[in-house]
Design a protein around this ligand. Structure first.
Ligand code: GLU
Length: 382
């Protein structure tokens, strides 16, 4: 059913393509497929702004360097990415030039998204490129991104980019037609889901049961991307990149792929940043009463509900809030994390005031401070 898809007014979209669609393991960047992609994008771009997020740097670099196996060491992978990224861009340059479209390369890391100033800089640059009529082509900056500062996969990167530029739609083009009710390779009765209203634990289980939780760019990262995009008010579609004309047809309202509608309670930009952009620096565990007060009553978090404090964070950091007793949640979230927020105290201070009544905070700390561990305005329920 196509009901509920409101794509008539999409003016700005982010299209993400996986390595498999634009590269060939032995030849590297695949000129023919990149040309096809360029035509598909050019066709929908006449009256819209498009940002392309592409993978394939490492695979392309491996082919250029005649590496038969994916390098194991990080510097070698980064070297392959450096070689591959410029080769990949060369192909995109050539392909889009045929359509009279200029491209601009934008390489980002997790840090560029986690740091508020760099986040705003990245947004300003992307918006300036769009104003110039340029097609920004984004990838992770693999040559400098080691684990600590990585987004790690381009599905999640594309969701960040979509939120960053307030896109009207995020499209993940992949090698399957959408999200299936089972593993189509093993279960002939598995059907493609047309719409996923919410990425619930049941939907997450569907994916984890048949990816084993390993594949980068598999469905698990796509669902994590869907959570980020839809929470930011950006609808998302997973569709096949092999299906010619899919992009134009989905924008014309056809029920192509699997659609994830935007969440009605769209998070404000600041809260989005708290929820998704910054990796939590620590974890605080709260009791059932505090959990209820936060989730149901919309209250701030007070020290009295605090049960445990993990990590070495400082005031102003983002921390994960977990419930003392609650069954494990989805794969992307550590078990039972239900909220994130900007904390008002250092970890050591919180250990001193854990469980304290508001009136006892000053005595325990030895100085006067705020009452809230996390103020409501800086708290996001996930
Ligand atoms: N940035 C990587 C590359 O271009 C790919 C990451 C991904 O596919 O998710 O090789």
């Amino acid at each position: 059913m196509a009901a509920g898809r409101q794509l008539g007014s999409v003016r700005r979209l982010v299209v993400k393509v996986g390595s498999g669609l634009v590269t060939d393991a032995s030849a590297g960047a695949d000129a023919v497929r990149i040309e096809t992609l360029a035509s598909e994008i050019a066709a929908v771009r006449a009256d819209r702004e498009v940002v392309l997020v592409t993978s394939g740097a490492i695979v392309t670099g491996m082919a250029r360097l005649a590496l038969e196996k994916r390098p194991r060491s990080i510097p070698e992978k980064q070297a392959a990415a450096a070689v591959g990224q410029s080769a990949l861009m060369w192909h995109y340059e050539a392909a889009f030039k045929r359509h009279g479209i200029h491209v601009g390369q934008v390489l980002l890391t997790g840090q560029d998204i986690a740091d508020r100033t760099r986040y705003l800089n990245a947004r300003n640059t992307l918006v300036a490129l769009l104003r110039f009529g340029v097609l920004p082509i984004v990838n992770e900056n693999d040559t400098v991104a080691v684990d600590e500062i990585k987004v790690g996969d381009n599905d999640n990167l594309s969701a960040h980019v979509a939120a960053l530029i307030d896109a009207d739609l995020l499209v993940l083009l992949t090698d399957v037609a959408g999200l299936y009710s089972g593993d189509p390779a093993q279960d002939p009765t598995a059907t493609k889901l047309d719409t996923v209203e919410a990425v619930t634990d049941d939907i997450l289980r569907l994916v984890w049961s048949h990816t084993g939780g390993t594949a980068v760019g598999g469905m698990a990262t796509k669902l994590a991307a869907a959570q980020k995009a839809t929470a930011s008010g950006v609808p998302m579609i997973i569709a096949s990149g092999e299906d010619r004309g899919a992009l134009a047809r989905m924008l014309a309202g056809e029920p192509v792929g699997t659609y994830f509608p935007p969440r009605a309670d769209r998070l404000a930009a600041r809260k989005r940043w708290i929820a998704f952009a910054v990796p939590p620096q620590g974890r605080i565990t709260v009791d059932a009463g505090a959990c209820r007060a936060l989730v149901r009553d919309g209250k701030s978090l007070l020290p009295s509900g605090l049960v445990a404090v993990d990590g070495d964070f400082v005031a102003g950091d983002v921390v994960a809030v977990v419930a003392a007793e609650r069954p494990a949640a989805g794969p992307e979230r550590p078990a039972a994390e239900f909220a994130r927020g900007l904390v008002n105290f250092d970890a050591d201070e919180l250990r001193l005031i854990r469980g304290a009544k508001t009136r006892d905070i000053e005595a325990r700390l030895g100085y006067r401070s705020v009452d809230e561990v996390i103020h409501r305005d800086n708290l996001v329920i996930l």
